[in-house]
Design a protein around this ligand. Structure first.
Ligand code: FES
Ligand SMILES: [Fe+2]
Length: 374
C-alpha cells in the first residue's frame, strides 16, 4: 500500500484544476526567518542533527551495477564510499584509510579491491583490511579490527540510502514509497555543479509551480501550466505533480486506463536534500550537498530505460536532457538571486504562500527535526 494517490486520481485532480482554473493549496502560508539561511549554528545543526542521522539517498542503485562498482563522494561533509560486494549487497563506508586516513577512491568506477595510494593498505569490497605491506612493522596489529568504518546502508526502490551517525532516526514512510527508479533504468550521465546559494534555497526551487511562467517563460511554460500542481506529502517528504498540456489527451481514455507517464513530471522530495524527478525520456536524481552556508554542490544522476542501440530513442533522450538543463540553469540563476537578496537585509522572513505548500511542509519538518535550534 502506498501513501500516494494513484495515476487515475492524480489525473482527475489535474483535470478539475484545469477546468476550474485552480491548483492545490495548503491551509496556510508559512514565514521562514531569513536568519535560518544565514546562521552558521543552524547550518551546523542541519548537518549534524538531520542530514547525518536520517536515511538520505546517496546514489541510484543503477550507479552500482555490478560487484566492485563504487561511488565515492562527500555526503553532509563526510567522505563516503559506497560499493557493491560480490554477494550483491551494497555497503557504504567512511572513505578514510584505517592507517592514516587517506581516501581510498574518488568519483566512480569498478574495482576488485581498494588499495590506498599512500602506503598500499588494501581493503576488500566488504571493507575488510586484507593486506598491509611490511606488516611486521605494526606489532600486534589486529587486521580484523581495522576494516573500513561502515555506515548504515539500505537499498530500496532503486536508491541507496545511508545513515551516518547514531542514533539512527528511521523514516518509516520510505518503506511505503513506490518503485522510484525501476531496474530497467540505466545511468547515462552524472553532472556536478557548485552554486553560490544555501542548499534550502535550491530545494525550494523544485517544490512549486508558481514560478513556471515567470522563470521558465521560453522553456517549461510553453508545454506546461503556470501554477497548476497536485501536492502530496508523506512523512517529511512530498510529491509535486507538474502536468504537461498534453495530459488533456487522457480525457478521451476511460479513467481506469489512464497512465500519466509522459503526461506530467513528478518531483519526489526525499527529505531533506534529494529530489527524484520523472520526465518523458529519463529520470533525474538530484542531490544537493551543502558545502557551506552559501554554497551547494548540485549532483545530478540522469537515467534512462532507452538503449543506446536505439538511435532515435537516444536522440530524444539527449534532446530532453538538454531541455531540462536549460530549465535547470534558469532555476540556478534565481537561487543565486535569492541568496544575494537574503544578504541584502531587505527581508526578515520569506513568506511561502498557499501555492508553495510543499516548501512549508519542508520547513515545518526541518524545524521539528532540529528540535528548537535557533
Ligand atoms: S594512509 Fe592509507 S596506507 Fe597509509
Ligand atoms: Fe523551476
Amino acid at each position: 500500500m502506498t501513501l500516494l494517490a494513484d495515476d487515475q486520481s492524480v489525473a482527475q485532480r489535474i483535470f478539475d484544476h484545469i477546468d476550474n482554473r485552480t491548483t492545490d493549496r495548503s491551509d496556510a502560508s508559512w514565514r521562514e526567518p531569513v536568519k535560518h539561511y544565514r546562521c552558521e549554528q543552524r547550518f551546523a545543526a542541519e548537518l549534524e542533527l538531520v542530514l547525518r542521522r536520517y536515511p538520505t539517498p546517496f546514489c541510484p542503485s543503477a550507479a552500482l551495477r555490478e560487484a566492485g562498482s563504487y561511488v565515492a563522494r562527500d555526503a553532509a561533509g563526510t567522505p563516503i564510499l559506497a560499493v557493491r560486494g560480490v554477494d550483491g549487497r551494497v555497503r557504504a563506508f567512511r572513505n578514510a584509510c584505517r592507517h592514516r586516513g587517506a581516501q581510498l577512491a574518488d568519483g566512480s568506477g569498478c574495482q576488485k579491491a581498494f588499495v590506498c595510494r599512500y602506503h598500499g593498505w588494501t581493503y576488500g569490497l566488504d571493507g575488510r583490511l586484507r593486506h598491509v605491506p611490511h606488516e611486521d612493522g605494526f606489532p600486534g596489529l589486529d587486521k580484523t579490527a581495522r576494516g573500513l568504518a561502515p555506515v548504515e546502508t539500505t537499498e530500496m526502490r532503486g536508491l541507496v540510502f545511508i545513515t551516518q551517525d547514531e542514533p539512527y532516526l528511521i523514516e518509516p514512510c520510505l518503506a511505503e514509497l513506490p518503485e522510484l527508479i525501476a531496474p530497467s533504468q540505466q545511468l547515462f550521465t552524472t553532472t556536478e555543479q557548485e552554486t553560490p546559494a544555501n542548499w534550502k534555497i535550491v530545494v525550494e526551487g523544485f517544490l512549486e509551480g508558481y514560478h513556471i511562467r515567470s522563470t521558465h517563460r521560453e522553456t517549461f511554460y510553453p508545454i506546461q501550466f503556470d501554477n497548476l500542481n497536485v501536492v502530496e506529502t508523506f512523512g517529511r517528504n512530498s510529491r509535486v505533480a507538474f502536468p504537461y498540456q498534453r495530459i488533456n489527451k487522457l480525457r478521451a481514455i476511460p479513467p481506469a486506463e489512464r497512465r500519466v507517464d509522459g503526461m506530467l513530471t513528478y518531483v519526489y522530495h526525499l527529505f531533506p536534500n534529494v529530489m527524484v524527478a520523472t520526465f518523458p525520456n529519463n529520470i533525474a536524481m538530484v542531490v544537493l550537498e551543502p558545502l557551506a552556508i552559501d554554497r551547494t554542490r548540485i549532483l545530478t544522476y540522469t537515467l534512462t530505460d532507452r538503449s543506446d542501440h536505439d538511435g532515435d530513442g537516444m536522440e530524444a533522450v539527449n534532446r530532453s536532457r538538454d531541455f531540462l538543463l536549460a530549465g535547470a540553469a534558469e532555476d540556478r540563476a534565481v537561487a543565486i538571486a535569492v541568496q544575494r537578496g537574503l544578504q541584502s537585509g531587505a527581508n526578515q522572513f520569506f513568506e511561502f504562500g498557499q501555492f508553495e505548500g510543499a516548501i512549508s511542509h519542508f520547513h515545518r519538518a526541518l524545524d521539528a527535526a532540529l528540535g528548537g535550534t535557533p
